[in-house]
Ligand binder design. Sequence first.
Ligand code: BMA
Length: 309
Amino acid sequence: MPVLKRYEKNPILTKDDVPYQVATVHNAGVTKCNDKYIMIFRSHLNNGRSILGLAESDDGFSFDVAKEPFMTPACKGIFKEYEEYGVEDPRITFIDGEYLITYSAYSRYGVRIGLAKTKDFREVERFSLITEADYRNVVIFPERFNGLYARLDRPHSEISPWSIWISFSPDLRFWGEARLIMRPVQYHWDEMKIGPGAPPIKTDKGWLSIYHGVFPTMDGSVYRLGVALHDLKDPSKIVGVGDNWILQPEEAYEITGYVHNVVFTCGAVPETDGTVKIYWGGADNVMCVGTAGINDLLNLCLKNSRPAL
Ligand code: BMA
């Protein structure tokens, strides 16, 4: 029995559900707001650059897309300079009464991470560009640690395989105390690179993090999802990393699309019944959802663990 069960009506969102012209719908952050599920998804436009759209749902499976895009590249100021090539891969964290949205900002200067804030998903305010170039996959924890915000991220480096780092901030603008906390394992499904996926979920055993790992093959890279558990009080300590992936491309809509053999998550929603809805982009082309028992994911991290470093 797989720990993560695909929803039988996947894919749940495609470009045909979007009332404006897009080429793809994928890599969405998802959260709950006023009893609704809110999905902020990424779409390629027909010029190959990406924007963010918004969809809403009552049950987390069936989504309606808003008439207008949620975020398109900024038209003024510093954000205009760094979003020229598009905005991608949003993650959403609810903390201190507001939703933080981290996203990749692409421009001629590379890729860096923008942080925007909203209280209601109607108005959104760009707050700060929180990394320099060559960073992607920033997820912010939904609680502070000793008064500091914490984030996981994934800088690119020529020397070390691309790994997961942690850093802290007093104000969400200035980040520091950075440390590498988790690396790919050689000749393992995640050997080429890893990156944070969904913002971590609080459980009684620790912070559950769903991450992506990439393996190189003769036919290109395969993107899969796995799980790691971070200490509740000190998230820079990793308690365990599941040795096995929890999801790999298997369905037609994951194997072929815009980029083949990709499952990529930016969001997961824990439910009160002990399950979690995990959302992923299939082949960078459509949005999918599946359900897992949180205890089953914790057991993978605790009982069949591979080294974090
Ligand atoms: C990564 C990012 C993701 C994408 C993935 C698979 O490098 O660009 O947005 O889903 O590759 O193509």
